[in-house]
Ligand binder design. Structure first.
Ligand code: UDP
Length: 307
């Protein structure tokens, strides 16, 4: 059995990853519970393969491990913008600390990077070779630049110290264990519809995203970790939707009194985003299997239980 450290293990992606890995591995879950919820990991608390440590990766930690998945960072714009300095420190100090650990124990390390490193992309769809279009000083910069910097640090530890790295560029993902107050579009719309509140489209709703169901994404992360690819790899679902379209689909699925209303578009909100996943398809033999229709049904079922 391997000992695997999951930083951010109580979060949305982290808890889904722990659930999958716990079957055959010992899991050390680190989390400071800033945006995550302990209820996500309650089901594993008594599992013999599971250990939870409340810890902020901004501070160093020393545990002997074989693999590290770094999913620790607030990822929703409303949360990562609340304390931008802490967000930047989480990405930058956090990855230094985890890379030192990987170096010490000769462990493999996977960094959860993001489609946000492409900024408001001028190239569509986004390939791994695209360098991005990111505002250095905007409201999203603490997250975008923090994640870009973390990629650089990962690559330099690989070059300088031969640390065995993996970089997953994760595009918009949704599904079970998202927080009710996560603030991202799919959870907002579902919770609003279930509570008979109006669905808040920011701007005119023509901006696009491509949404991957969490189970597909977790499979991609594990495949990437088990591969030999040390260069960044896009993971996401390439089917693109406008926000107006997403709102209409959710309204068709949930019996509700809610209507669509429009609010101001946040500054630097990317106009369109869609991954080119040719690399993941060819080199990992990975592609998403869950349609938006099926993924939304599962996510609505999850939110019905917690709303
Ligand atoms: N959005 C929206 N209403 C909401 C939340 C988000 O219209 O209640 C829009 C947001 O402006 C963006 C898209 O949905 O264009 C995706 O936003 P999200 O916060 O989910 O993720 P992002 O891809 O921007 O990080």
């Amino acid at each position: 059995m391997k000992t695997i450290l999951v930083a951010g293990g109580a979060g949305f992606l982290g808890s889904n990853l722990c659930k999958k890995l716990i079957q055959d591995n010992i899991i050390i879950c680190l989390d400071n519970l800033y945006t995550s919820d302990i209820s996500n990991i309650i089901p594993f608390m008594n599992h013999p393969n599971f250990k939870f440590i409340e810890h902020n990766i901004i501070n160093p930690i020393d545990i002997e491990i074989d693999e590290i998945y770094n999913l620790a960072c607030p990822a929703s714009p409303i949360h990562y913008q609340k304390n931008p300095i802490e967000t930047m420190k989480t990405s930058v100090f956090g990855i230094f600390n985890l890379l030192e650990l990987a170096k010490k124990y000769n462990a493999k390390i996977l960094q959860a990077s993001t489609s946000e490193i492409y900024g408001d992309p001028a190239i569509h769809p986004q390939k791994e070779t695209y360098w991005g279009n990111v505002n250095i000083n905007g409201p999203r910069s603490c997250y975008d630049e923090g994640k870009r910097c973390a990629e650089t640090i990962m690559c330099d530890y690989h070059k300088q110290f031969d640390v065995n790295i993996r970089i997953a560029r994760i595009f918009n993902t949704y599904g079970k264990n998202m927080q009710k107050n996560d603030g991202r579009v799919i959870s907002n719309f579902i919770v609003q519809a279930l509570e008979n509140k109006d669905l808040t489209i920011y701007g005119d709703g023509t901006q696009t995203r491509s949404f991957c169901y969490v189970d597909d994404l977790i499979d991609g992360l594990i495949k990437l970790m088990n591969s030999t690819i040390t260069t960044p790899t896009n993971l996401g679902n390439p089917v693109e939707y406008s926000m107006l379209n997403i709102a209409k689909i959710i309204l068709e699925k949930i019996e509700t009194k809610s209507k669509i209303i429009h609010q101001e578009l946040p500054k630097d909100d990317p106009i369109k985003r869609k991954p080119d996943i040719t690399k993941a398809k060819q080199e990992l033999n990975w592609q998403p299997n869950v349609s938006l229709n099926e993924g939304l049904d599962k996510t609505i079922e999850y939110f019905r239980k917690i709303v």
